[in-house]
Design a protein around this ligand. Sequence first.
Ligand code: NIG
Ligand code: FE
Length: 391
Amino acid sequence: MTSTLVTNIGQLVTNDPTHDGTKLGIVTNAALLIEDGVVAWVGPNSDAPTHHIKKTIDAHGRCVIPGYVDSHSHLIFAGDRSAEFRARMQGVSYTAGGISHTVEQTRHAPDAQLLAHAQSLLAEAHASGTTTIECKSGYGLTVEDERRSLEIASKITEETTFLGAHVYPVEYKDSPKDYVELVCGEMLDAVLPHSKWIDVFCDKGAFSVSDARTILKAGMAKGLLPRLHANQLEAGQGVQLGVELGCASVDHVSHLSEKDIEALSTSKTVATFLPGAEFSTRSPYPDVRPLLEASITVALASDCNPGSSYTTNMPFVMAVAVREMHFSPEQALWSATMGGAKALLREDVGHLVEGAAADFQILSAHSYLHLAYRPGVNLVEQVWRNGLQLI
Ligand code: NIG
Ligand code: FE
């Protein structure tokens, strides 16, 4: 058995309310014991076990928080769309149309190039404190390109999502029904061995609610778990479809009606905000307050992709959520950790409780408040995943 004790933690965020009655479950002057990759004990530094400790890490009074659980990213692609970003910053509005440029480049990229690029984005994510990341396909849009995208995704994470229904590829522009049939049939069968989730981009310029329903149901019938891109570009029935089908999460949710909030509040579906997309498309930010008032579970994720949000940085996402979307710093941190875990139906990550994965970060700050208070500053001192130090 390998035991590591982290001592002298000034502020430990556990996300276990039993410690202090708050969602962040803060223990001050704490210690954390890790055995064989999982959390074995959490408590006051003065009560820390002393026997059989192989290694001790002194946190020097700093803050320790769970690793971020980034429940929404698109890391399998080639090329970038920086020219599109520049145009947007000069007033051009974002549409789903740009996705086809990435599809073109991704189809021409060899597997090794796609894998190396995804690994470099993963390393970036780790360096900013992310320890769990979901990854979608969606820039292949042929049977073979979606299959290999998911095979590559499965080399970097277990949270793999089939997004063959990202947009209609150009070659199916005039026969969209045939593409839906392909996604639900041959393409779905090809990606199954490498996929856990199924997702659809249900929005203006992408898939209708009725096609999204057909596609999600086809995936669910083959054992994939549903999640959905909904209400990013306009209001619509996407969120309600997500609730109807029991999606683990509906993502973006930038345009929410009272009916959407009502539907979410009576469901287990998580609402995942992706502020990086509003930032990079110069779109109005949604307001989290009506969701929190309705006791809806809210997650924050990066949406890392080359078009609408080319960042892997969860502290950036949290800072924007606090500044622009009325998250409290506490809610932002909870949403980026526990909220993400709930959006992925994971009980083993997002919190530091006995038996959970030892996925945590030591910050170079004494308080988690510095994450939003010091935007753009790298406050990661160490990152541990399954009890092993990554950074
Ligand atoms: O989640 N909204 C759909 N898909 C991505 C954007 C993809 C792109 O522009 O390349 C998103 O924002
Ligand atoms: Fe997305």
